[in-house]
Design a protein around this ligand. Structure first.
Ligand code: HEM
Ligand SMILES: *[C@@H]1O[C@H](CO)[C@@H](O)[C@H](O)[C@H]1NC(C)=O
Ligand SMILES: *[C@@H]1O[C@H](CO)[C@@H](O)[C@H](O)[C@H]1NC(C)=O
Length: 504
């Protein structure tokens, strides 16, 4: 029968296909095995200690989630390094992982072998809000984003101190002068969104001015979208299945809000190009500079959101973490006051900020003890090698297979006693008189993807700190306990930074 012989034919075809693909996989499996053996041999690789977790690493994952719930995730991950050594491996829900807090390994991932890695699934978690931009892409796209954005930070004096002063004045109105308690963390987050939006869009969202009648809702919507994204990051591989409540609406609101500025900028640029070739901009606006390189509106919006996300919470977190510590330390407050007194009440300029050594020590120390980006990771896009962590003594190179995720802890590295001494856990700004660390200190990352906003951030944080010291002669912490981690997209103080300030 025709039908019978046809099914016979399909059966044979299927068998041939099955045999072909089986031998193909066997063949590639064998060649991969030998190629990897060769790489390991050539580089003297030894396996790193393997974390003794159970099936699929579910116990490891569950413990991590539980510690995150208890706000002790960073110290727990640090304790794992104490137990396992500076580098160890695990396989968590089928994902091969390498954990490290070795400066040499981090330098290799971020700089020496930069091209062997990408960002992994960051796009899954941040994509809906950020689209494709400098913070979410790798390879060619990242390269073009970086060359588009970098010139905006190339100027020595990238931040507008006049704008900082205006935003600071608005914040000052919200600080009680009668000694009652205020949560400075809330205010810092409002101030940095005001200053960042002015810097990026050319117009501030004025979250600090907001009361029922004037609030435009951008800060709230952006916060919500960000928090949902942070939760998705924690879902890891399963990020695509996670969808936050109200997230779509919040993102839509943010996008439409920013699109108005993008439209204006493109229109402005077009007019300038057409009518008046020699015209100069009256005022420096990040977005208007970007619009010189592209008129693609989606691209412009994406890049704006990428930089807003990278720059807003980070600076606010630095300020909140630092004030949490110095509010508890009258000795540090007095030293800062003495330094600020040399300004004779003048509002700080770039020059004066640069010369305030002790202030810089405090910022560095805060970023060491509470690095605002405490954990990070990169995915190997090819078989590669790390210089340390293998063998019984942990000194041999380690083989990293294509598809493995290298997770590095800046937090843990910054607390290492063999690097920073027995008092590594103490907040002691004076240690910076002598410290000149390189890859052992990494608050702003290193290599080709080093933070572009470092100068901007340190200028803003330094400015705000100086101005608070000028306005208030005393500070008192109203947080009874020690600092507790709050790990969202950045690391800040759980419960905020409650203080009471005494005016001059
Ligand atoms: C205390 C404040 C800040 C800290 C600690 C900080 C830290 C970092 C870190 C660790 C990264 C690397 C992320 C990664 O590659 O996985 C980064 C990237 C970046 N930061 Fe910052 N940042 C701060 C403030 C800012 C500010 C104020 C801006 C902009 C106004 C900014 C713009 C960027 C950009 C655009 C990137 C992406 C660079 C790239 O991937 O090529 N940052 N930052
Ligand atoms: C503070 O840290 C930065 C890196 O973030 C470093 O370049 C600088 O030298 C440090 N400052 C001091 C005073 O040691
Ligand atoms: C700050 O005060 C608020 C309100 O009283 C409280 O809920 C919070 O826990 C306090 N924060 C810290 C870190 O103690």
């Amino acid at each position: 029968m025709a039908d019978g012989s046809r099914s016979h034919f399909y059966l044979i075809l299927l068998s041939v296909l099955a045999v072909c693909s089986a031998s193909y996989f066997a063949f590639t499996g064998i060649t991969t095995y030998f190629r990897r053996r060769q790489i390991k041999k050539q580089n003297g690789c030894e396996p790193p200690p393997r974390y003794p977790h159970g099936l699929l690493g579910l116990d490891f994952i569950r413990a991590t989630l539980r510690e995150a719930e208890r706000k002790k995730m960073l110290d727990t991950s640090r304790a794992r390094f104490d137990k396992m050594g500076g580098t160890y491996s695990a396989t968590l829900s089928l994902q091969p992982m390498i954990f490290t807090h070795e400066p040499d390994n981090i330098k290799t991932v971020l700089s020496i072998k930069f091209k062997d890695y990408n960002l992994g699934n960051r796009k899954n978690s941040l994509g809906p809000l950020l689209g494709e931009g400098i913070f979410t892409t790798s390879g060619e796209h990242w390269h073009s984003s970086r060359s588009m954005i970098r010139p905006n930070f190339a100027r020595d004096q990238v931040a507008d101190l006049g704008a900082f002063e205006r935003h600071f004045k608005l914040m000052l109105r919200k600080i009680p002068r009668d000694g009652s308690t205020v949560n400075l963390q809330d205010l810092f987050f409002l101030m940095t969104i005001d200053s960042a939006t002015e810097f990026l869009f050319g117009e501030s969202v004025h979250a600090l001015k907001a009361d029922a009648s004037t609030t435009n809702g951008f800060a709230e919507a952006f916060n919500h979208a960000q928090n949902m994204a942070a939760r998705r990051i924690r879902a890891g591989k399963f990020a695509v299945f996670f969808h936050g409540k109200g997230e779509t609406e919040a993102i839509k609101f943010c996008h439409e809000f920013v699109d108005q500025f993008v439209d204006q900028a493109v229109e402005y640029r077009r007019k300038l190009d057409e009518e008046d070739k020699g015209a100069v901009d009256e005022k420096y606006v990040f977005l208007y500079e970007l619009a010189k390189t592209t008129k693609d509106k989606k691209r412009l919006r994406d890049e704006l959101f990428n930089v807003l996300l990278a720059g807003r919470d980070t600076t606010a977190s630095l300020l909140s973490n630092m004030f949490f510590e110095i509010a508890k330390r009258p000795d540090i407050w007095e030293k800062l006051q003495a330094e600020v007194a040399q300004l004779n009440g003048e509002i700080p300029s770039y020059e004066t900020l640069r010369n305030m050594k002790y202030l810089k020590y405090c910022m560095n120390e805060s970023l060491r003890i509470h690095p605002v980006v405490p954990l990070n990771s990169r995915l190997a896009v090819k078989d590669t090698v790390l210089p340390r962590g293998g063998g019984a003594d942990g000194k041999s190179p380690v083989f990293v297979e294509k598809g493995a995720l290298v997770s590095y802890s800046v937090y843990s590295m910054h607390h290492r006693k063999d690097i920073y001494g027995p008092d590594a856990d103490e907040f002691r700004p004076e240690r910076w008189e002598a410290l000149r660390p390189s890859w052992e200190y990494l608050p702003f990352n290193g290599g080709p993807r080093i933070c572009l906003g470092q100068q901007y951030a340190l200028t803003e944080a330094g400015f705000v700190t100086t101005r608070i010291l000028q306005e208030f002669k005393g500070i008192e912490s109203r947080d009874p306990g020690p600092w507790v981690e709050s790990l969202s997209l950045t690391l800040s103080s759980h419960g905020g930074t409650n203080v009471s300030l005494t005016p001059r």
